[in-house]
Each structure stands twice: as structure tokens, then as C-alpha cells.
Design a protein. Sequence first.
Length: 247
Amino acid sequence: MNVFGVDIGGSGIKGAPVDLERGDLAEPRHKVLTPHPATPDDVAGCVAEVVANFGWSGPVGVTFPGVVTGSTIRTAANVDKSWVGVDAGKLLSDRLGGLPVTVLNDADAAGVAEMTFGAGRGRKGTVILLTLGTGIGSALFVDGRLVPNTELGHLELKGHDAEKRASTKAKEDEDLSWEHWATKRLQRYLDHVEMLFSPELFIIGGGVSRKADKFLPLLEDLKAEIVPAELENNAGIVGAAMAAAAR
């Protein structure tokens, strides 16, 4: 069965039909740039553009970079603050001509996909997926069950939101080398998360997961196993489609 998934990010909005038996995209994804400012109306227009590119007419799952309860947005760190309080499910369904829409946190979606089809498949105990990109998203699992909306990218690190220092955007904005970013920024963040949660496994997702060989070997002294996401940057799309199918 194919279901459509859309992943809203701080820099791009991408989507595709997903083959839920294989846990992979059924067609190559279509991506558009996230508008700036990323207001609800403008982002909804981009989501409609992505869906229309495939002529899709069934259920749609959509990820959002912030806390989502029901289908209402509670936080919006990397998109316009006017999203807070918006019923995103209704807004997007209206823009998609009444198609049923399921909305969930972006990292939670990626985590569900990785736990089902990727690096977390069959793993028990505490597993934390971290998506490194414009910000840092997190998904926490205990014996395979999701604890939603953890938002661990907003833990304090050196007096700042951790994502302001350890995200890949911080690396790019400050022109940090892989070594400096991994050993001085990401290492300290992971040490802090490990101290708080003692996971058995870290899964590193987001676009940077494609370059895991450049930074994962530089990390030291973590008790947890740490691996790149197997679904790489498609995990959010797959997880969004899974949520829509479940709904």
C-alpha cells in the first residue's frame, strides 16, 4: 500500500508516495525550498505544490519541526512563530482539497520509520534518534514505544539551545571543520544527552547522516552505540506516511 508523506524542514519541504511494505519511497521525492518567512499559509502552499506534483488523491502524512499535540502546533523554533496555536491538520487538509491529513513532529516521524525499517529495527531498551539539520530534532523510544515531542535539541548547552551550537546549520554558519564540530560541539551535546537518558543506542539522522564517516569516528567515550540512520534523509517522509496509514 502506498501513502503520501511530506517532511517540512527549516530549509526544504519534500515529499513522495511511500511503499509501506518496503518502508521506502515509491517514487523519487519532490522538494521545494521552505519559504521565508515560513508562515502557515506560505508553507501550506508549498505542501500543496509537492502533493500536486504527483497528482495524489489519498491520505497524506505531514511532519512539522516542533511540538504537535493532536494536530495543533505548540512550538515553532525554525519556522514562523505564527504557527503556534494553528490546527495544522485542518489548514493543510483545506489546502489539499479536503484530503485527510495527519500531522506529527518531524523527528518522531523519522524515529518511527527508523525503528520499523532502519537502524533501530528490533532494538529494545532506550533508543534516541537525533536529526541534525537546521536544528536538532529528537525521538525517544523505550522498548520500541515512542515518547512523543521530546525536543532534546533545546537542552541548554554552554548557555544556549543545544541546536544553536551542535546542529549542522551551526557548523555551516560558523564554517567549522568536521573535527571541530564533532569533538567540540556534537561530542559535548551527546555526552549531556547520554548523562540524562543512558540510551543503549543513538541513531543520527538528517541530511548529514549521508556523511557519517566524516564525524562519527571522531566521537569518543560514549557508552551507547552510535550509528547513522539507514533511511537517511527520507526517514521523515516514510514516518509521515506510516502515521497517515495508522490514522
